[in-house]
Structure formats: structure tokens, C-alpha cells
Design a binder for this molecule. Structure first.
Ligand code: FMN
Length: 152
């Protein structure tokens, strides 16, 4: 059975979508992996339990993750706690300044799920540059290759 990379994101703008889509694009180069790109509102605990790797994407709002990302994490946390430990994950953040509040808030919660962080957060600060999109594509490709090879 194909392994699944789940990319879950929220935005009321466009930049976080661009980051998430770039990860999906990179992962699509690996035909042996299913890439599931979804909005937070459309994603529940079963989706996370069925995923072999997780990428989260959020803008920084008021020094924190977006409200919808927090809602998603609140809905999945207790059903997934203790059941997905060790699976790889990574974070995408779009922010006007340094994105540190969004990064810290997501990492603190995900720490409780005991996932394995496989990349430093990818940050799009003020704009989504070609370099940032390339990093996202590389992340997607690396995660997909790792899943296909059974590294994860
Ligand atoms: C309600 C709101 C709150 C925001 N708060 C912050 C903030 O605390 N720090 C920051 O760096 N940017 C903040 N921003 C700017 C967004 O993080 C930034 O524009 C981001 O790139 C938007 O990404 P998006 O296009 O995916 O929505 C805020 C934007 C909105 C709409």
C-alpha cells in the first residue's frame, strides 16, 4: 500500500497555500507516495492517523498560529496522542515579521504528539520568494523519497 504524506494548512490569504502546494509539487515527483493536501477545516484525526508523514502550514496571526490551525490541533490531539509517535513532520509559516510566535506555538503542541521533526521550519517572511518555494519543493521531495524508501 502506498504511504501517505498529509499536508494540512490554513490561510485566509494566499501565501500559505503557495507553500503547501510547493511541498505537494515536490512530493509528487515520487510516484510511490500518496500526497494529501488539505485545509485544516476538512481534516480530522482519522486523516492524521492514516498519514505516514505530516506537514503543517499556517500564517502567523497575532503572534500565534492561525485560529483554524489551533482548532485542527485541538480536534486531533487526544485521538492521535500516543499513536503517531516517531512519524516525520515539518512546518511552513508565512508571516509579516519573523514568524517566531507561530513556530513556537505549533512546535509546543506537536511536541506532545512526539513526532520527529525532519526539517527546520520553512518561513516565508513578507513574501514568498522563489528560494522559499524551492525549499518547500525540496522538503516535499525528501519526505516522499524517505517514505518510498522506507526510511520513515
Ligand atoms: C489577523 C492578522 C494577524 C496578523 N498577525 C501577525 C503577527 O502577529 N505577526 C506577523 O509577523 N504577521 C502577522 N500578520 C501578517 C500575516 O502573517 C502575513 O501577511 C502572512 O504572510 C499571511 O499569509 P497568508 O497569505 O497565507 O494569509 C497578521 C495578519 C492578519 C490578517
Amino acid at each position: 500500500m502506498k504511504k501517505t504524506l498529509l499536508i494540512v494548512y490554513h490561510t485566509r490569504g494566499v501565501k500559505t497555500t503557495q507553500l503547501a502546494e510547493a511541498v505537494a509539487r515536490g512530493a509528487a515527483t515520487e510516484s510511490g507516495v500518496r500526497v494529501d493536501l488539505r485545509r485544516c477545516a476538512d481534516t480530522g484525526p482519522e486523516d492524521v492517523l492514516n498519514a505516514d508523514a505530516l506537514v503543517l502550514g499556517t500564517p502567523e496571526n497575532f503572534g500565534y498560529m492561525s485560529g483554524m490551525m489551533k482548532d485542527f490541533l485541538e480536534r486531533i490531539f487526544y485521538e492521535c496522542e500516543g499513536r503517531i509517535a516517531g512519524r516525520p513532520w515539518a512546518l511552513l509559516v508565512s508571516a509579516g515579521q519573523d514568524g517566531a510566535g507561530a513556530v513556537a506555538s505549533v512546535e509546543r503542541i506537536v511536541m506532545g504528539l512526539r513526532l520527529k521533526k525532519v526539517s527546520e521550519p520553512i518561513l516565508a517572511l513578507k513574501e514568498v520568494t522563489p528560494e522559499v518555494l524551492e525549499k518547500c519543493e525540496e522538503l516535499g521531495a525528501a519526505l516522499a523519497a524517505g517514505l518510498a524508501l522506507g526510511v520513515y
